[in-house]
Design a protein around this ligand. Structure first.
Ligand SMILES: [Ca+2]
Length: 114
């Protein structure tokens, strides 16, 4: 009788392990890919985020187009006539991709932020 219980427990264990592996493999752990359009905007102070997001797309292997999830995380001035804009995109499994690009800045908008 005891032997039978042990066997049943072992079988359950194997089933659970298999199920865990299945869930692990099936999970989406790849963040979306962020792509920029050919034309980079020129940064001006107080510029709308929408203008900085124009032509930027995010595509996820699993979820497809996740461009709606795109956000601008930060804009930092370099003091050398450019700013570095950091974009963030997220897929439905909350995998986050972060990409920065350097944009030309006009009108003193490139000053470094302390
Ligand atoms: Ca994904």
């Amino acid at each position: 009788m005891e032997k039978k219980i042990v066997i049943i427990l072992c079988v359950l264990d194997v089933i659970l392990l298999g199920f865990s592996i299945f869930l692990y493999v099936g999970e989406d752990r790849t963040p979306p890919a962020i792509a920029f359009g050919e034309e980079a905007p020129v940064y001006r102070e107080g510029m709308e985020e929408a203008a900085l997001l124009e032509g930027v797309t995010a595509v996820d292997e699993r979820d497809g187009d996740v461009t709606d999830s795109l956000l601008i995380e930060k804009i930092s001035g370099t003091g050398e006539g450019t700013v570095i804009v950091t974009y963030v995109a997220r897929d439905e499994a909350n995998n986050v991709e972060k990409v920065s690009r350097t944009l030309e800045a006009r009108g003193g908008a490139d000053r470094e932020v302390e």
